[in-house]
Write a protein that binds this ligand. Structure first.
Ligand SMILES: [Zn+2]
Length: 397
């Protein structure tokens, strides 16, 4: 059994500096270089120390328009760690302050990586000629089945459940993509791969486990997939996945994977580097390739046994989507004939990732943490009962 808890590293948003070794031992991290506040640069905003624990009541601003080598979501995450005096200053001052911090703490290697990936993407975007422009320019609703659009627009658990099945807790299955969209996307991916072969372009694969497939975000589909996440996956995740950051999804990694002869055959047991994963089969003709699930686990319990109700095998149907937590352990059985291509959208929440660093109990979503918690509660009830009975016995003796 092999696990790959961090299947996809290179898209991780850079982490804020809190708790990275720069701590002063008092629960805070110095934002200023030593001496900067005394003999150095004057500090216009008083206390400049970051708070180790995020301010959960503060609603951070959006920084999508900020042009830096950092992912805009990191500014929103970091804002919750700003000293109280900085929370209400003008946005520009906050940006300047956070840029200084990030430049000081973020490893040079990470910055270079982000910059290199941006250049890589630009090289593809300037040279690759898309085949189906409508994939890039249409609103995603043009590609979705009407029942799905209607259910999501109502945004209630009832409307969503009316089009979904949940064969095992936390695994939702529903009809999502129109056949025409599947065909267009398959054809676009083929066209992209033909171009890659022709110009001998060395592409980055979607993750460390798949040798075949392509990152859709890298050749121009990022905006369309972002809309798909914001307008369709976010409303569903708010209802079903709020315990794992489903209410604060703010970035995605979109790709296709390919299975069959001369492609990947199967996929080992693993968890995704996502909070919420959308997995939709695009086609084509194939047999085998079932997806299997074995329950949701935190890092500590990733190898813990599964319970009978957590065991699920699912056979892909083109156009039909599977939506689950990234931490839901799963794998894909061998595709025994034909070719199978799936669209994957890994949806992430920088806020959830930030908060997770300070948590130890994951019983709101980890099946094993839940079991342990129930055991503890049962034991404590038994102990209390026993103590009560003893006291009763003593008083009547
Ligand atoms: Zn756990």
């Amino acid at each position: 059994m092999s696990y790959d808890g961090a299947v996809e590293k290179r898209e991780d948003p850079p982490q804020p500096p809190a708790g990275n070794g720069g701590g002063t031992g008092n629960g805070m991290v110095m934002a200023s270089a030593p001496g900067a506040g005394t003999g150095g640069r004057p500090s216009s905003y008083g206390d400049r120390r970051l708070r180790l624990n995020p301010n959960k009541d503060h609603k951070p601003e959006r920084y999508d328009d900020v042009q830096t080598e950092f992912d805009p979501s990191i500014f929103s995450s970091l804002e919750r760690h700003l000293p109280p005096s900085m929370l209400e200053v003008p946005r520009d001052a906050k940006i300047q302050f956070m840029k200084e911090i990030l430049a000081r703490y973020l490893p040079e290697g990470e910055r270079t990586r982000v910059q290199k990936h941006r250049e890589y993407r630009n090289r593809i975007l300037t040279a690759y000629q898309p085949l189906h422009e409508e994939l890039y320019n249409s609103h995603p609703s043009a590609f979705l089945v009407p029942s799905f659009i209607k259910a999501v627009s109502e945004k209630t658990e009832e409307s969503l459940r009316s089009i979904m099945s949940e064969p095992s807790p936390g695994v939702y299955i529903f009809s999502m993509l129109q056949p025409r969209f599947c065909e267009l996307l398959l054809s676009e991916v083929e066209n992209f791969e033909r171009w890659v072969r022709e110009v001998k372009f060395k592409i980055m694969r979607p993750n460390t486990m798949n040798k075949y497939g392509a990152v859709l975000d890298d050749f121009g589909l990022e905006k369309m997939l972002d809309k798909l996440m914001e307008e369709f996956i976010c409303p569903i995740s708010r209802v079903f996945f709020s315990a794992v950051g489903g209410s604060s999804l703010d970035s995605h990694h979109g790709f296709v994977v390919e299975y069959g002869k001369d492609k990947d055959i199967d996929l080992g047991f693993h968890v995704d580097d996502s909070e919420v994963t959308l997995n939709v089969c695009l086609g084509k003709q194939f047999s085998g390739g079932d997806l299997y699930f074995r329950g949701v686990r935190c890092d500590k319990h990733v190898n813990a046994e599964s319970q009978p109700e957590e065991v699920l095998d699912y056979a892909h149907i083109p156009g039909q989507a599977v939506l689950h937590k990234g931490r839901h352990r799963h794998g894909a059985r061998a595709t025994t004939s034909g070719h199978r291509i799936n669209l994957l959208l890994w949806c992430r929440s920088s806020v959830f990732r930030e908060m997770r660093k300070y948590q130890k109990d994951f019983s709101s979503w980890c099946g094993e943490c839940q079991r342990e918690k129930k055991d503890r509660q049962r034991q404590s009830v038994a102990t209390t009962k026993l103590a009560f009975l003893r006291r009763e016995g003593e008083s009547t003796a």
